[in-house]
Design a protein around this ligand. Sequence first.
Ligand SMILES: NC(=O)c1ccc[n+]([C@@H]2O[C@H](COP(=O)([O-])OP(=O)(O)OC[C@H]3O[C@@H](n4cnc5c(N)ncnc54)[C@H](O)[C@@H]3O)[C@@H](O)[C@H]2O)c1
Length: 388
Amino acid sequence: MAPSITTDITGSAPAGTDGQLVHVATPGGAYDIHIGSGLLGRPQTWAGLPAAADAVIVSNPVVWPLFGEALVTALGPNYRHITSVLLPDGEAHKDSTSLQRIYDHLLQHGCDRRTHLVALGGGVVGDITGFAAATYMRGVPFVQVPTTLLAQVDSSVGGKTAINHPLGKNMIGAFHQPLRVVCDLDTLTTLPQRELAAGLAEVIKYGPIQDDGFLGWIEDHLAALLDRQPAALRHAVRRSCEIKAAVVGADERESGLRAILNFGHTFGHAIEAGLGFGTWLHGEAVGCGMVLAARLSAELGLVPGAYVERLCALIGRAGLPVVAPAMPPERWLQLMRLDKKAEAGEIRFVVIERPGCAAVRPAPDALVRAVLEQHCVGPDARAVAGAA
Ligand SMILES: NC(=O)c1ccc[n+]([C@@H]2O[C@H](COP(=O)([O-])OP(=O)(O)OC[C@H]3O[C@@H](n4cnc5c(N)ncnc54)[C@H](O)[C@@H]3O)[C@@H](O)[C@H]2O)c1
């Protein structure tokens, strides 16, 4: 597996930034993830990017008022023109209409092939901006400035970009690596608690699939994470980025290993599409999906029931749903057959082979049905779990 390098840059960084770098090396591009406090508004953060006349910041009406001005000021020395395009907020707008808005803006402003796109927001903004960057004039550079926990620990890293199709999540997309990722931990202070919990789902994910020790660390520090203590958040973001960097470094295009990052996502995407995009947050669907995938792993005889209960308890403590919404099993199976891991109509699941080690496997429909029948309670399961 390609190593990821973590460099503590505390010594060289300006006071107060407590910055760290995680390096990502893939055939499609090598870049650094900058992690720390106070990064976004510092011109030094943006030094060393290739020369370009124009930068276009893509954001939304929630995030732009919080961080837009500071970002424009800090980026100022690098560009002659900086413009912005704001997309409507939310997963339901991760679609071709939002994408078209970005293309319209780029063309109306005469943006050329060297224009930099800058994604300022959560995973929705990041995924759409990345896809626009991958396709505008057959590809322009882009930078990720993730402002949700989920985007900092997962979606901004690794170059997967996409929009949703009404028939399936992330069905239209491309691989396109960013030039740089800047995770400013200060942005997480304004995040709603429900969004923080959704991000924790992707943090927790790295434990079962790659690092059982990290799972133990999360169990011990969950209260600090929910309380947004900077040291805990910094460690969670850094370790998550290190694991993701190592996995995508070894398998950028998901020909094998990278699929393990989808632990919980086969069930989770079915929840999102089945209920309508945006009803459950992506991270909530993944949290619940991980419980179902762990239960399936136990049914396959791979992990003991006690391990499933351990994971389920942690996901529940994080404030995430652990019981799935009721949908007829046939509907679940139909939605899961659309999953990108499916081959010739056979659904393939990321299962836990042993704590800290995942694999992709098919599972008999009957077994999947049994798991679903035992563990789906109702359409408002998120509320039920949240109240528990
Ligand atoms: N590309 C990948 O590899 C990858 C991996 C995981 C998830 N994803 C995608 O990421 C998306 C989910 O991302 P998300 O959870 O960040 O959702 P999101 O982008 O919808 O952001 C969540 C909400 O938080 C708001 N917000 C963002 N930053 C904020 C801040 N600092 N303060 C206050 N509010 C803020 C947003 O406006 C939005 O309302 C999904 O579409 C999922 O498919 C992609």
